[in-house]
Design a protein around this ligand. Structure first.
Ligand SMILES: *Cc1c(COP(=O)(O)O)cnc(C)c1O
Ligand code: SF4
Length: 349
């Protein structure tokens, strides 16, 4: 069988400092220190999106020496390892599980929450391990929602994906199957008519992709998202709020509004997790809330994702919201609206 276009692009992924230095100007010696600790992976498609040195695309994919001097972050702040009852399953919330099927990605994001696990060595879940994970889901009848995740789950082959979907669909209590993949953004060529045809057979399929900047919205990525939407897949997007990448209201507003034009609904905006090697991306809560305030009411609710902090020590996803109630005495409330004007509200019993 001949190589598909996406496989060809992937096979040209830059994974070492020497090759990278042929494409862009970098300090090789310092960069190699980073490469020894964390996986490097920049495919030619994503590389082509870089507009300037140190810009938002650059920061997401080019290793930074700041990664190896982070003393504050933890390897696994969400304690996912603790919530792993068996290989391939992360079970943190009662009614839904992550099914981790691959530790490979179409590019290695410098800010990744699973930095400790991804890349380096292929640990794709093989059929045998999948069987055990499947049995776990079968035994836990209150699991209503299975999120196929990674790494990137779409780096595995179509027949394997179909095998997973087919088996999961045989379980009566699994209502929802979700795919968590960054490929529509970093390798949109992966979304083929054949793949869409597979999804179509196993609905309801929800899909969360991962765009962080409107520079990532291209002709190719638009086509990928539209093909998925045409196949009846419900599309959502998760964004990580990152310093120097997208930490201003103007950039986010444009990103969220453009996502809607390709039928992708902004779902979550995350405060970066306290993951070792990612300190330089972090944004303070104060600043993040200020940005949210500049969005809420200034664009449609459709374009506003839930704003989330995933609390350390496995505390879980917790909503963050700007405060609009400035005072309340008994049942009398004072609101400050999105334009900063005061409004009174008399509450009921
Ligand atoms: C984020 C996450 C989920 C899904 O959470 P939703 O709020 O339903 O999107 C499930 N399990 C784990 C471990 C997660 O981190
Ligand atoms: S695609 Fe997702 S899992 Fe893979 S490196 Fe990027 S953020 Fe991490």
């Amino acid at each position: 069988m001949s190589m598909k276009k996406w496989q060809q692009i992937l096979s040209n992924t830059i994974t070492d400092v020497e090759t990278l230095s042929k494409h862009i100007k970098i300090d090789k010696k310092r960069m190699k220190r980073v490469g020894r600790k964390y996986a490097i992976g920049i495919n030619p498609y994503y590389l082509s999106l870089i507009r300037k040195h140190g810009g938002p695309i650059w920061k997401q994919c080019i290793p930074d020496t700041l990664e190896v001097i982070d003393e504050i972050g933890r390897r696994d702040p969400l304690m996912e390892d603790k919530y792993t009852p068996i290989k391939g399953i992360v079970h943190r919330y009662r009614d839904r599980v992550l099914l981790v099927v691959s530790n490979m990605c179409a590019g290695y994001c410098r800010f990744c929450t699973r930095k400790r696990k991804i890349g380096l060595k292929d640990k794709t879940v093989k059929k045998e391990k999948f069987k055990k994970a499947l049995n776990y889901i079968k035994r836990h009848k209150y699991v209503r929602d299975v999120i196929i995740s990674g790494g990137d789950p779409l780096l595995i082959y179509d027949d394997m994906i179909e095998h997973y979907l087919r088996e999961l669909r045989k379980i009566k209590h699994v209502q929802i199957i979700r795919i968590d993949s960054r490929t529509p953004c970093v390798l949109p060529q992966r979304i083929t008519p054949k793949l869409c045809g597979i999804f179509k057979k196993y609905h309801p399929i929800y899909f969360n992709t991962h765009f962080n900047h409107y520079y990532e919205i291209t002709k190719e990525s638009r086509k990928a998202c539209e093909m998925l939407a045409d196949a009846g897949v419900v599309m959502g997007n998760q964004t990580v709020l990152m310093r120097g990448v997208n930490d201003d209201a103007k950039t986010l507003k444009r990103l969220f509004e453009e996502l809607l034009t390709m039928r992708v609904r902004p779902y979550y905006l995350y405060l970066p997790d306290a993951v070792k090697g990612t300190y330089h991306f972090r944004v303070s809560i104060r600043r993040a809330l200020k940005i949210m305030k500049q969005l809420i009411g200034h664009t449609s609710g459709l374009a506003i994702p839930h704003f989330i902090v995933d609390l350390k020590h496995g505390g879980g996803k917790t909503p963050l919201l700007p405060n609009y109630i400035i005072k309340h005495i008994g049942k009398r409330y004072v609101f400050k609206n999105f334009e900063g004007k005061k409004f009174f509200y008399a509450d009921v019993e």
